[in-house]
Ligand binder design. Structure first.
Ligand code: NG6
Ligand code: CA
Length: 515
């Protein structure tokens, strides 16, 4: 080669060198800089504010997720709208507070779709900007038209594909609810027409054993009085009854792997064009049944094991991005749909084995609660080159804001009547500004209204304590007022000292409710 190089004249040499430079420059430009950033939203299920080592956990270590904090941005005042899954996800998808609409509570596995198909949604914002959009994981927003029973033996429309996702690989509700099957776009994976599927949430169907009748068949016992004693699938009693679809049913131990596989496939297939992936993890929801390699890996039993599995999943996504050269041009957001719970219906010893671990950190309450533990969640963002490493922000941000913030980023106009509770706060979401939204209305048991350092919880006569889950729900027949700066653990109700403030906050909340 050197001989050949010596024989050509300098002018030709220069020409080749320029060509080489241009072509490498072209590769860099084509893959990274000119393209709109990919966005991956990783949504953990029931992960608490204190469950990650990046947020102070010491009994468990989550190095992969912690990397997002080290290389990016960590929020300390970030929120889901609600203390449970369906309403938080409804808000994420629509930009509307869930308590404005009836039927947005925790859905059964045979519920109809609650996301309107003719209104703006988070994935539609991306589709309108030319992105390929995908959802992989837990759905829990219903399937099929309102008022119609789902026929599980026909293509399952309407669902994620009809509200903005080009690709969908998901399960309908939660992993503790029937039907325990995966759906790819409109079809149940592994479906056989000789073994039709029926689902019922009112009465038993089929002849299969249930957790109630045949507890000796269970590999994971249900906690007494919770609802997980119906059809047994994979040795685990579920909420609701199903029959048929024997070969379509999942093994819980494989869920994390299947979802990771599909997420990676989606990333790989879309590496050349901008994509939005809503990666909605099953972990760490009940039944906590990790794959074999994670069983017993933590010192905290199955709940700890699935935290490690979740952390591994995030690490695999980071590796995949790196191997495809997409590290820099991909914004990864990690958060959780509601706060933590230890006993959520299975005898997995989470309570006993979590000793010394504070799943909600300094916060009071947890999943289901109006206290901060119900909905203040971890939120990390890595966007290499744009977000400075190890940034910490205490801006008030909510998942409901992603819709308007990305619309703002893509310079899209949202109708005044749509996504009305979603604020365009992109600068805050990428750590450029410390100013997020001004206030937030959240839903645990009662509604709460937070503005600045003050949090007001509406009076509620509902039970103050959920005995089954051991959660303080934040319900009190008297108004509650907390100074979150001085008292993030909501221990001192100062309502009686600030009657004027209570009045003002109650009025402002009433105005937002009426809007
Ligand atoms: C509750 C279930 C709980 C869990 C939750 C939904 C009982 C007593 N409890 O009704 O186990 O499935 O619903 O969790 O049945 S969420 O994260 O999807 O909101
Ligand atoms: Ca949840």
């Amino acid at each position: 080669i050197r001989l050949l190089f010596n024989t050509i004249n300098n002018c030709t040499k220069l020409f080749f060198v320029i060509l080489l430079l241009l072509s490498t420059r072209h590769i860099v430009v084509g893959q990274k800089k000119s393209q709109k950033p990919n966005v991956i939203f990783i949504y953990a299920d029931d992960l608490g504010y204190g469950d990650l080592s990046a947020y102070g956990a010491t009994k468990i270590s989550t190095p992969n997720i912690d990397r997002l904090a080290k290389e990016g941005l960590k929020f300390t005042n970030a929120h889901a709208t609600s203390g449970t899954c369906t309403p938080s996800r409804y808000a994420l998808m629509t930009g509307n507070y869930p308590w404005r609409k009836k039927g947005t509570g925790v859905l059964p596995g045979n519920a109809s779709l609650i996301i309107p198909t003719d209104k703006i949604t988070l994935p539609l914002v991306f589709q309108n900007a030319g992105y390929k959009t995908g959802v992989v994981g837990k759905w829990h927003l219903g399937l099929g038209s309102p008022g119609k029973d789902i026929n599980w033996n026909k293509p399952l429309k309407v669902g994620p594909n009809e509200v903005g996702f080009d690709y969908a690989y998901f399960f309908p509700a939660t992993s503790d609810r029937v039907p325990t099957v995966f759906i790819e776009n409109h079809d149940i994976v592994g479906y056989e027409k000789e073994d039709p599927i029926e689902v019922n949430y009112v009465e038993k169907i089929g002849k299969e054993p249930t957790g109630k009748e045949n507890p000796e068949l269970l590999k994971l016992l249900a906690s007494p009085d919770h609802g997980h004693s119906n059809t047994i699938v994979n040795g685990i009693g579920r909420i609701g009854w199903m029959s048929g679809g024997k070969r379509a049913r999942w093994a819980d131990e494989e869920i994390a792997h299947v979802f990771l596989d599909k997420a990676e496939q989606f990333i790989e297939e879309n590496q050349k064009n901008p994509f939005f992936l809503y990666f909605s993890l099953n972990d760490i929801h009940v039944p906590r049944m990790p794959s074999t390699e994670f069983k017993g890996k933590s010192k905290m039993g199955l709940r700890g094991d699935v935290i490690l599995q979740m952390d591994w999943t995030v690490g695999e996504i980071l590796k995949k991005l790196k191997s495809l050269g997409l590290e820099e041009n991909t914004m990864i957001i990690f958060s959780s749909d509601n706060g933590p719970v230890l006993d959520d219906g299975y005898a997995d010893k989470a309570v006993e084995l979590s000793e010394g671990h504070k799943p909600a950190g300094v916060l009071r309450g947890g999943k289901y609660s109006a206290f901060e533990g119900g909905s203040r969640v971890p939120w990390l963002v890595r966007w290499t080159g744009t977000i400075k490493p190890a940034t910490v922000s205490n801006a008030l941000v909510c998942q409901i804001d992603l819709l308007s913030s990305f619309a703002q980023y893509f310079q899209q106009k949202i109708e005044d009547t749509e996504a009305t509770d979603s604020f365009a706060i992109m600068d805050a979401l990428i750590g450029k500004s410390k100013i997020g939204r001004e206030s937030i209305v959240k839903q645990g048991g009662a509604l709460s209204y937070t503005k600045g350092n003050w949090k007001y919880i509406e009076p509620s006569t509902n039970q103050p304590f959920n005995k089954l889950t051991g959660t303080e729900l934040g319900n009190d027949p008297k108004p509650q007022l907390y100074d979150l700066n001085k008292d993030p653990g909501e221990r001192n109700n100062v309502a009686s000292q600030y009657p004027a403030k209570i009045k003002l906050m109650a009025e402002e909340l009433a105005r937002i409710k009426d809007a």
